[in-house]
Design a protein around this ligand. Structure first.
Ligand code: DCP
Ligand code: MG
Length: 479
């Protein structure tokens, strides 16, 4: 293991909820809950102000509403979150070529490989500078952990939350881990945690005491071995950079959850065909077929299958995707489906393979990329005016939907750069009102210049930021 704390783990604070607060001045400092608002919806995340009431990720929305009845309840805007995530990942890539994203709001960075840190002091400096840059470019806060391994860097960022930085000095790891619950270690979920507890093991120190043989006896060879090593703070996993084009994939988010299993199958077939068209358009083929399913409760599963050789045959991809779907429980409905092909090779199947020559299915019918994802419709008001989404009024300007129902929609007119705005109510079919794209969270500099590419100086730590040029006149272009 390395001797300097030069592995950095970044995790943005209350990511979706913070984006919503940055975007809506009236919600700053308030309880905000983002998630599915339907009858079976669950919380995707919530602001720290809402966590005080006991609300947390994956909680049924009904329970959240009982705990925090006055919170703002918003429908997620994944496209916006993805664009902010790209800004953050770009800043990380300025630090090192070795950046390993784990999700939209989380990544490992090898600072040593980037030459920006070689000891504790330079690592801390790089971490603080990064936090300031994220604040300047996105307006959001992220927490940073620094340690000599991935596992400990992630534990450190968890301790740093919210809006902090924690560095674990090499040599102090075992003493720090000892009193912590076994659930701190990666791979210990509720089931493994229970299993260990029944064997009298509740802390990391007790795992170390129990010894490797006992762990293997309790959890099996692979898991027991790995867990024992982690309890001793041994983690040699390298930070693995994202490859250029690792995969080609397509996905669709559905406005209304799809419940019908047959329909889910049809959608997966369509996505497989679209994915193959993309693949072929780039002159690629791939070996691994990936299916992604986000269920009604936002839990997201991926399943993959690796073929003997690369393919760009739509029938082969379709069949693999259908097999993968067989192993996924979609009871309760799905809100997103995706099909991807990875393990890419830059030759096509025709060059190498005759595997499906006999039974090659017909080419997928031509369709446009922008095909509508969903056919059965919810109430027009819900569909057109989801809570939290942006709108534009011909006279009153930019705002967001605070709620809709009974033929009316309530809009708050404010932008990321304005003061708290006023609320107005309209008929849902008001011709002056239309859905709008989200605005960037941070006003672009005069003349629309690009974001600064080097790490800028920190902003004052106090919130809220006040931007001049209220009323939304400051920025109108998309990021
Ligand atoms: N997310 C989700 N469903 C979950 C967990 C998370 O949709 N069950 C989404 C919403 C989060 C984002 O992923 O904003 C990042 O997840 P985190 O676990 O990092 O949670 P947060 O960033 O919201 O909060 P924290 O400050 O605890 O990191
Ligand atoms: Mg986070």
């Amino acid at each position: 293991m390395r001797t300097a704390p030069t592995i950095l783990h970044l995790d943005m604070d209350a990511f979706f909820a913070s984006v919503e607060q940055a975007s809506k001045p009236s919600l700053r400092g308030k309880a905000v809950v983002v998630g599915g608002l339907g009858p079976r919806g669950v919380v995707a995340t919530c602001s720290y102000e809402a966590r005080v009431f006991g609300v947390h990720s994956a909680m049924p929305m009904g329970q959240a509403r009982r705990l925090a009845p006055h919170a703002a309840y918003l429908v997620p805007r994944f496209e916006l979150y993805r664009s902010i995530s790209e800004q953050v990942m770009r800043l990380l890539r300025e630090l090192s070529p070795l950046v390993e994203p784990l999700s939209l709001d989380e990544a490992f960075v090898d600072l040593e490989a980037g030459g920006v840190a070689r000891d504790a002091e330079s690592a801390r400096g790089a971490g603080e500078k990064l936090r300031a840059a994220i604040r300047t470019v996105t307006g959001l806060t992220g927490s940073v952990g620094l340690a000599a391994s991935k596992m400990l860097a992630k534990i450190a960022s968890e301790q740093a939350k919210p809006d902090g930085l924690v560095l674990i000095p090499p040599g102090t790891e075992r003493a720090m881990l000892e009193p912590m619950t076994v659930r701190t270690l990666p791979g210990v979920g509720p089931a493994t945690g229970d299993h260990l507890r029944r064997a009298g093991i509740t802390t990391v120190g007790e795992i170390a005491e129990a010894g490797e043989d006992e762990l293997v006896r309790l959890l099996g060879k692979a898991h027991g071995h790995a867990l024992y090593a982690m309890a001793l703070a041994r983690d040699e996993r390298p930070v693995v950079a994202e490859r250029e084009t690792k995969s080609v994939s397509v996905e669709d988010t559905y406005d209304v959850d799809i419940h019908d299993r047959v329909r889910v199958g049809v959608e997966v077939g369509r996505l497989a065909d679209r994915c193959v068209r993309r693949l072929r358009a780039s002159g690629l083929s791939g070996r691994t077929i990936v299916l992604k399913v986000r269920r009604y409760d936002f839990s997201t599963l991926t399943r993959s299958e690796t073929l003997r050789g690369p393919t760009d045959d739509p029938a082969v991809v379709r069949e693999a995707a259908a097999r993968l779907l067989d192993s996924v429980d979609t009871t309760g409905g799905v809100r997103l489906l995706g099909v991807g092909v990875s393990g890419l090779a830059d030759y096509t199947q025709e060059d190498l393979f005759a595997q499906a020559a006999g039974d090659r299915a017909e080419e997928p019918a031509e369709e446009t990329e922008a095909e509508p994802a969903e056919e059965h419709r919810p109430s027009p008001a819900e569909r057109r005016w989801p809570a939290g989404h942006d709108v534009r009024h011909t006279e009153l300007g930019h705002g967001w939907v605070q709620g809709s129902g009974l033929g009316r929609v309530t809009v708050r007119f404010e932008t990321p750069y304005s003061q708290v705005g006023r609320v107005r109510t309209f008929p849902v079919d008001d011709p002056e009102l239309s859905p709008a794209d989200p605005l960037p969270l941070v006003a672009e500099p005069e003349g629309g210049a690009a974001q600064p590419s080097s790490l800028p100086l920190p902003l004052p730590a106090s919130l809220p930021k006040s931007w001049s040029g209220g009323g939304g006149a400051a920025a109108t272009s998309k990021p």
